[in-house]
Design a binder for this molecule. Structure first.
Ligand SMILES: *Cc1c(COP(=O)(O)O)cnc(C)c1O
Length: 388
């Protein structure tokens, strides 16, 4: 984490950095509000076959791998077209072989999607279902792995974005490695802000996408895969277009993507990586999001709106709040009233309680979070919702 003085210096939003127009701020889990330089990078056209674009591809692959730190040199970065779910599917289809068996640690919508993806590709997993708001424990994983030697892979979501819960990947990674099994991580909503050092957290692959904590725009994701694992994975994939091993081989041989790359999105990510590194990389980005979350939770407490999760499992990525307990509260009307005041919130995704979510990622600062909470209070007053 950066020193407190540095984080405090970032409490004021440098507004000209993010807006061409006065768009509402996106307090969502991505796509997020982007830096002006990220938007501007998309004003040029690139030939996908051209040397200049190949150089951009090589550069972003190198810079994404560097985010893993010094132990990242055993990994290869394989970009993949599509939204984040495409690269999750590519990771599962390429790395869980047809005769493999995955254990999915599920505690929300993204774990469910992983389960469904494996079912659709004909590799049905074993599932540990923790419901909506509890983390899988290392002891549970240990028991399941001891009981079933056929399990080859464990799949975990780092930050389960549907509630904002932070799963204990480091402790789980140790258990998985202790059993000699393989760990695959969906770090879509945490990569770049929360540490995933392979020296402490042994894993075969991690996936993420351009439009979350790296603050690029949507259109592709990437897998960081151990080189030996990728070499052994040829021929596993259930799909031609989602074959990470084939994409990697082709990229290594030609410098090109196999099929049309999202050129503008790739150069936008390069600009986003410039902004990321200028900010101070992972520790600084993580500290800003932490400061955003702290400002948000504190200001919400000030108007009587409480987070759904316990503080010890709450991520600095997105926070789920309980809706005010008043029959006058109506989420669609609330959403519109807050949006008119300049902030886009996110609906809740939990079955057991009425909730809404507020993202802490993107080009937003603690002052924005406090302003958003002021907008929430005004919206409630407008709807006739009484806050305690
Ligand atoms: C965003 C996200 C994904 C991918 O979602 P897409 O809508 O396909 O981009 C996957 N897993 C997690 C945890 C996410 O937050």
């Amino acid at each position: 984490m950066v020193p407190a003085a540095r984080a405090a210096a970032l409490t004021e939003p440098p507004i000209p950095k993010r807006a061409l127009m006065r768009d509402p701020l996106l307090l969502t889990p991505g796509p997020a509000t982007t830096d002006i330089a990220v938007k501007a990078a998309m004003l040029r056209d690139w030939g996908s076959w051209d040397d200049d674009f190949r150089a951009v591809t090589a550069e972003i692959r190198r810079r994404l791998r560097a985010i893993l730190g010094p132990a990242g040199t055993d990994y290869e970065c394989v970009p993949m077209q599509g939204s984040g779910s495409f690269v999750v599917e590519a990771m599962l289809g390429t790395l869980v072989p047809p005769d493999g068996k995955a254990l999915v640690l599920m505690n929300g919508a993204y774990g469910k999607r992983i389960t469904r993806t494996l079912q659709v590709m004909g590799r049905p997993p074993v599932v540990l279902d923790k419901g909506d708001y509890l983390p899988p424990t290392p002891a549970e994983v240990d028991t399941l792995l001891a009981a079933d030697p056929a399990i080859t892979h464990v799949v975990v979501v780092h930050c389960e974005t549907s509630s904002g819960i932070l799963n204990p990947v480091e402790a789980i990674a140790r258990v998985v490695a202790g059993h000699g099994r393989r760990l695959l991580i969906d770090a879509m909503s945490s990569f770049g802000a929360l540490d995933l050092d392979p020296a402490r957290i042994p894993f075969d692959a991690v996936v993420a996408s351009a439009n979350k904590c790296l603050e690029g725009v949507p259109g592709f994701g990437w897998a960081l895969v151990r080189r030996d694992v990728l070499e052994a994975a040829a021929g596993n994939a259930h799909s031609l277009s989602l074959d990470l091993a084939d994409q990697w081989r082709h990229m290594e041989a030609t410098g090109q993507w196999r099929f049309t790359p999202p050129t503008h999105v790739v150069v936008a990510l390069r600009a986003a990586l410039d902004a990321y590194e200028a900010e101070g990389g992972l520790p600084a980005r993580g500290a800003r999001y932490e400061a955003n979350r702290a400002a948000l939770v504190e200001a919400m407490a000030g108007i009587g709106i409480r987070p759904f999760l316990e503080p010890d499992v709450m991520s600095p990525i997105i926070v789920t709040f309980r809706c005010p307990d008043d029959p006058a509260f109506d989420f669609p009307a609330f959403y519109e009233a807050v949006k008119r005041r300049g902030f886009v919130l996110y609906p809740g995704k939990l079955t057991e309680a009425e909730t809404f979510r507020v993202g802490c990622i993107g080009q937003v600062w603690p002052a924005d979070m406090r302003a958003a909470v002021a907008a929430v209070a005004e919206a409630c007053a407008e709807m006739g919702v009484s806050l305690p």
